[in-house]
Write a protein that binds this ligand. Structure first.
Ligand code: KIV
Ligand code: ZN
Length: 524
């Protein structure tokens, strides 16, 4: 392809996170934060940074001015209404930039003309031209936006666009201000402008799509196919009301579906997308929804067993983008939940350095499924506990089959415990001072040993109301004192398991050393 052809296919990325994005209800940034974000946008490779609306407040003026002074690379734009004072203030703010731009806007739709501006069509054209000329007296690079363009009568829109270009506008931005248009409609509108505005090739055609119907990205992409070559967007899709087209989605769609968008390209460095998204989210305080495309926490997380198995075998079975491409350092995430399969579990254990044989894995999986039924998410610490308990279960004489406990302020705490010893199932019930005491006594009855709890601590291993409780206890038997840990979402069950672990250790020590040996041991 020739250089000219490449240039023709270049899509300029105009980032308005610091202007329209900051208009997101709830998002606000001080001037230092804006400068920090602007530096990162420059690193990301955006072509134009709309740094703010200088007339809006002294803070906005300062931010635009500081960005114009400090951030090199992209063009620095400021927004102004088609009002003399706005344009003069905007010019002052962007002037220190190596590449300054003034972006002027004026509503053109019948609704805005009638109710907001109370102006006739001819007056709108006159005001637009006057303002573009005024902006042009300060800078060469002037953008004009006919606000609410997508709801403007197309023939009138074409007249306004032609007049603005005649007056010197170098970029004409077509905003879908209220997110009302549809992809096919919007691409027809852009094609219509190309067909009916005689001087259209003297300006870059830009689009600015809001997301009120969730179509901001789709509309932007459709317009690029119709010839637009600048796309206005924001990080994380921030913006007025439901936001603007998300930069990361537009850029990654162009890259991922270049079979559809052909030679169109941007200068964005995709590996910067996730870091910039996180920075913007942190500084604006606007959290990114987990399932947000490209940058959401779940964008590369796989939960179902079938999907996890596929991703382990070949990532592309369920991922259309390699997470590393967009700077997601954690890579694909296999989230362990009740839907996960054995392969996902094995991979998670391997990541923690635990490798189990098929039989051990089957047992850990059984316990994992049991736990996953009780908990929404299984954390690494949960797994670690299950796996280490399983590994120590290998020497267990007794295993806990099930237990039932009755307790309360007006009943005597009672526990019924069922243990397995080989093929044998043994059951006993006992009362106690509390449910834990009752469960330990029932275990004593089955195993014919008697221990005394000398130390007992309980702590939550993982987070949330459904967190695993980990019980650490120390049991004094006649001949030795043994410590053990166990975890469960049910703390009485965790206590019974830890106690049984001590009993098992005692019995296997007796077997190994002879019943008369006395020693004090600690289990890990
Ligand atoms: O949505 C809009 O119309 C705007 C203009 C100022 C471009 O933000
Ligand atoms: Zn907007």
């Amino acid at each position: 392809m020739t250089t000219k052809g490449k240039r023709k296919d270049r899509v300029l990325v105009f980032d308005t996170t610091l202007r329209d994005g900051e208009q997101s209800p709830g998002a606000s940034l001080d001037h230092r934060e804006k400068v920090e974000i602007a530096h990162q946008l420059a690193q990301l490779g955006v072509d134009i940074i709309e740094a703010g609306f200088p007339i809006a407040s002294p803070g906005d003026f300062r931010a635009v001015h500081e960005i114009a002074e400090a951030v090199t690379g992209p063009t620095i734009a400021g927004l102004a209404r088609c009002v003399e004072a706005d344009i003069a203030r905007c010019a002052e703010a962007v002037m220190p930039a190596r590449k300054p731009r003034i972006h002027v806007f004026l509503a053109t739709s019948a609704i805005h003309r009638k109710f907001k501006l109370r102006k006739a069509r001819a007056e709108i054209i006159k005001q637009a031209m006057k303002s573009v000329k005024q902006a042009k007296s300060f800078v060469n690079d002037v953008e004009f936006s006919p606000e609410d363009a997508s709801r403007t009568e197309p023939d009138f829109l074409a007249q306004v666009v032609e007049a603005a270009i005649d007056a010197g506008a170098t970029t004409i931005n077509i905003p879908d201000t209220v997110g009302y248009t549809m992809p096919s409609e919007f691409s027809h509108l852009i094609s219509y402008l190309y067909e009916s505005v005689p001087n259209i090739n003297d300006a870059v055609i830009s689009v600015h799509c809001h997301n009120d119907l969730g179509l901001g990205v789709a509309n932007s992409l459709a317009s690029l196919q119709a010839g637009a070559r600048q796309v206005e967007c924001t990080i994380n899709g921030l913006g007025e009301r439901a936001g603007n087209a998300a930069l990361e989605e537009v850029v990654m769609t162009l890259r991922t579906r270049n079979d559809v968008y052909g030679p169109l390209w941007t200068n964005i460095k995709p590996e910067r997308l996730v870091p910039v998204s996180r920075l913007v989210s942190r500084l604006t305080g606007m959290s990114v929804q987990r399932n947000k495309a490209i940058v959401g926490a779940n964008a590369f997380a796989h939960s179902s067993g079938v999907h996890q198995d596929g991703v382990i075998k070949e990532r592309s079975t369920y991922e259309i983008i390699d997470p590393a491409t967009v700077g997601c350092q954690d890579g694909s995430d296999l989230v362990l939940s009740k839907l996960s399969g054995k392969n996902g579990l094995k991979q998670a254990l391997n990541k923690m350095g635990i490798s189990l044989n098929a039989e051990e894995l089957a047992k850990v999986y059984e316990r994992f499924v049991d736990l996953a039924d009780k908990k929404k998410l299984i954390y690494d610490d949960d797994l670690l506990l299950i796996a280490s308990e399983q590994l120590s279960d290998a020497v267990n004489i007794y295993t806990l089959e099930c237990m039932q406990v009755t307790a309360g302020s007006s009943t005597i705490p009672t526990a019924t415990v069922k243990l397995c010893k080989g093929d044998e199932v043994l059951q006993e019930a006992a009362c106690g001072d509390g449910p834990v005491d009752a469960a330990c006594k029932a275990i004593d009855r089955i195993t014919n040993v008697s221990g005394r709890l000398t130390d007992y601590t309980l702590q939550a291993v993982t987070v949330g109301k459904d967190a695993m409780g980990e019980v650490s206890l120390r049991v004094a038997f006649d001949e030795e004192t043994i410590s053990a840990k166990a975890a469960s979402t049910d703390i009485v069950e965790a206590s019974a398991k830890a106690y049984l672990s001590c009993v098992n250790r005692l019995l296997s020590d007796r077997e190994a050393n002879g019943a008369n040996e006395t020693a004090t041991k600690e289990t890990p």
